[in-house]
Ligand binder design. Structure first.
Ligand code: SF4
Length: 509
C-alpha cells in the first residue's frame, strides 16, 4: 500500500517532483546524503520555535504524535470542542497532516488554524515580499486545511505565525513582538483549490514504482542549482560537465544548445563559439592543457594592493532563529569564534591568535580580542569577504563603543577569493570553483581539512550548539573545543599559505 502524502513531501514535491520521488522510492540513494548534524540542528530549531510560539495559546492540549491513537484522540478532542489543540493529527485515505495549533472559535462554531513557521516574515526595503516564499507558506497552510476539512472538521480563519525579523531582543523575549500573525484566510480559497489537484497528482507521481523517465529540469541549469539526486537521475552527465562552466546558469540558451548538441563534458566544448566568454574559454583551455593559466601581471597588481601588517581573519558563527541575547534579531549570527594570523612584514614570523567563547553573549570578548590584535594600519584578508563583513557590520551595530573599529575593518578587508574569481589564477584542479575547500588542496596539498574532526563551518555550528547546551561534557567537551579551534585556525592558515603561493608566483620565485 502506498504511504500517505505528508505535508513535507507535498512541499518538496512542489519544489521538485523528481527529488521527492527519489526520497520516497529510493531511500537507499537519498540516504547516501544523510542530513547533516547542522540540518538536524535546524529541524531542532524549528521545534523550538514551535514550542515557544505555543506560549501565545495558553492552556493548549498537546497530542503526542508518537503515541498510537493520536488520530483517534484528535477526533475525540475535536468533537468535545477542546479550546486549544497542539499537533492534532488528521488522515484521509491518501494524506496525513499534523496541525500546529487549532483554536476553537465559539462565535464561528469552527476551529481557527494556525501554522507556525520558523521562517521570518521579511520584506525588502520597499515592502515587497519574496512571492515564491510567500506562496510556499500559503500552500503549506492549504495542505493542512484541505486534510482537516476532508476529515469533516470545519475551519474558520487560517493564520501563519512567523518570526518578526525586525524584532530586536531587549531583556526577556517579548512574544507579542517576536511573532507576527498573518491572516491568510482570503488567500486560501484559491490556494486550497489548487492544492487539491496538486496533492492528488503528487500522490500518484510519488507512488510510481518505476523511476520517471528522462532528465530532471536541472539538466538545463548550472551546477549551483543541482541537488544531491542530480547524479542519480542524470547518470549520463560526467562529474565535470558543461554545468560547471563559469556562470553558465545565466546563459540558459547556450547551455541548452550545448546539451542538445550532445556536448556534456567540459573537454568537448567547441572553442570557436562567440558565446564562450573569456572566463569560460580559460576554464576549458586549462582543462584541455591540464596546465594552470596565470595572469602574472594582474596577480602582482592585486597583491600590491595589500598593505602590511596582513591580518588573515575568519569567524565561526551561529545563526539562531530565536535571539538568545539582548541586541540580537531573529537569525542574526552570533560570532562565537575567531582565528587571526598576523604577518607584520614580508619576512616577519607569522603569529596566531584565536579564541572560542562559550557562555553568554560572546560579542564583547571577540571585539576586545580583535581590537587588541588588529592595529590601525594594514589589510584584513578574508575568503569571500561578504560574510565576514556582514558580521563586522552587525558587531558595529551591536557595540557602539566598537563601531568605528568594525567599520574600519570592513573598509580594510580584501577578498583573497577575488584572485580566483577574477581569473588571475586559473587551475584545472579548481574545476571552475573558487571555494577555499576546492582551492587549498590544489595549491597547498600539504594542508587538508580531511583529517580534522571538525572539518566545516556546519560542524563548528553544531559543536557550539552541543557545548552551549551542555549536550556534551567533560573530556568530550574539551576535545570538541580543541577541534573547533584547530578547524578555525586552519581556515586562516590556509588563506596565508594560498596568499604565499600567489606571492611566490607573482614574484617569479
Ligand atoms: S537536480 Fe534539480 S530538478 Fe533535479 S532532482 Fe534535484 S532539484 Fe530536482
Amino acid at each position: 500500500m502506498a504511504s500517505k502524502l505528508s505535508k513535507t513531501e507535498y512541499i518538496m514535491f512542489r519544489e521538485c517532483p523528481n527529488n521527492t520521488w527519489v526520497r520516497r522510492q529510493r531511500p537507499d540513494i537519498h540516504s547516501q546524503y544523510e542530513i547533516s548534524e547542522f540540518e538536524q540542528a535546524l529541524a531542532q530549531m524549528g521545534n523550538e520555535v514551535e514550542e515557544l510560539a505555543r506560549g501565545m495559546f495558553p492552556g493548549g492540549y498537546l497530542i503526542e504524535q508518537r503515541h498510537a491513537g493520536a488520530q483517534e484522540l484528535t477526533q475525540k478532542l475535536v468533537a468535545e470542542q477542546t479550546p486549544v489543540l497542539f499537533q492534532a493529527v488528521f488522515a484521509t485515505d491518501t494524506c496525513l497532516a499534523a496541525t500546529d495549533v487549532l483554536v476553537w472559535n465559539a462565535g464561528a462554531g469552527a476551529y481557527d488554524l494556525y501554522e507556525i513557521k520558523m521562517s521570518s516574515s521579511e520584506a525588502d526595503g520597499e515592502g515587497r515580499k519574496d512571492r515564491k516564499k510567500e506562496e510556499q507558506f500559503e500552500y503549506d497552510l492549504a495542505f493542512q486545511a484541505n486534510v482537516v476539512e476532508a476529515c469533516g472538521v470545519k475551519l474558520n480563519k487560517k493564520y501563519l505565525v512567523r518570526l518578526n525579523r525586525q524584532y530586536v531582543r531587549q531583556g526577556d523575549l517579548d512574544f507579542s513582538n517576536l511573532f507576527i500573525l498573518e491572516d491568510k484566510t482570503e488567500a486560501m480559497a484559491v490556494a486550497q483549490e489548487n492544492a487539491v489537484h496538486q496533492m492528488k497528482h503528487a500522490q500518484e507521481y510519488l507512488s510510481q514504482a518505476v523511476q520517471p523517465e528522462g532528465h530532471c529540469p536541472c539538466y538545463y541549469k548550472g551546477r549551483s542549482a543541482h541537488c544531491t539526486s542530480f547524479a542519480f537521475i542524470n547518470p549520463d552527465v560526467p562529474a565535470y560537465s558543461v554545468h560547471d562552466l563559469n556562470r553558465i546558469g545565466l546563459s540558459k540558451k547556450y547551455l541548452e544548445e550545448l546539451l542538445h548538441a550532445g556536448v556534456l563534458h567540459v573537454k568537448d566544448v567547441p572553442l570557436n563559439d562567440d558565446r564562450l566568454t573569456e572566463k569560460k574559454l580559460n576554464q576549458v583551455r586549462v582543462h584541455l592543457s591540464q596546465e594552470p593559466l596565470i595572469d602574472v601581471v594582474g596577480l602582482a597588481e592585486e597583491l600590491n594592493k595589500l598593505e602590511y601588517p596582513l591580518y588573515f581573519l575568519d569567524y565561526e558563527t551561529y545563526p539562531t532563529a530565536i535571539p538568545p541575547f539582548s541586541g540580537y534579531r531573529p537569525y542574526q549570527h552570533i560570532v562565537f569564534q575567531y582565528s587571526l594570523h598576523v604577518l607584520e612584514a614580508p619576512d616577519a614570523e607569522l603569529k596566531h591568535y584565536g579564541d572560542l567563547i562559550l557562555g553568554g553573549d560572546p560579542a564583547e570578548k571577540i571585539a576586545e580580542a580583535l581590537v587588541s590584535h588588529i592595529g590601525p594600519k594594514g589589510t584584513v584578508i578574508s575568503w569571500s569577504k561578504a560574510f565576514e563583513n556582514s558580521r563586522n557590520k552587525e558587531m558595529a551595530a551591536l557595540m557602539p563603543e566598537h563601531k568605528d573599529f568594525f567599520l574600519n575593518v570592513v573598509e580594510r578587508t580584501y577578498d583573497l577569493m577575488d584572485i580566483v574569481e577574477h581569473q588571475h589564477y586559473v587551475h584545472p584542479g579548481f574545476m571552475g570553483r573558487a571555494s577555499i575547500k576546492k582551492v587549498l588542496p590544489v595549491l597547498v596539498p600539504s594542508l587538508s581539512y580531511k583529517e580534522l574532526p571538525v572539518k566545516s563551518g556546519t560542524d563548528a555550528i553544531e559543536g557550539y550548539r552541543q557545548l552551549t547546551r551542555a549536550l556534551i561534557e567533560g573530556e568530550e567537551a574539551e576535545q570538541k573545543q580543541k577541534d573547533m579551534l584547530e578547524y578555525c585556525k586552519l581556515d586562516t592558515l590556509a588563506m596565508y599559505e594560498i596568499w604565499k603561493h600567489f606571492r611566490g608566483v607573482a614574484s617569479g620565485v
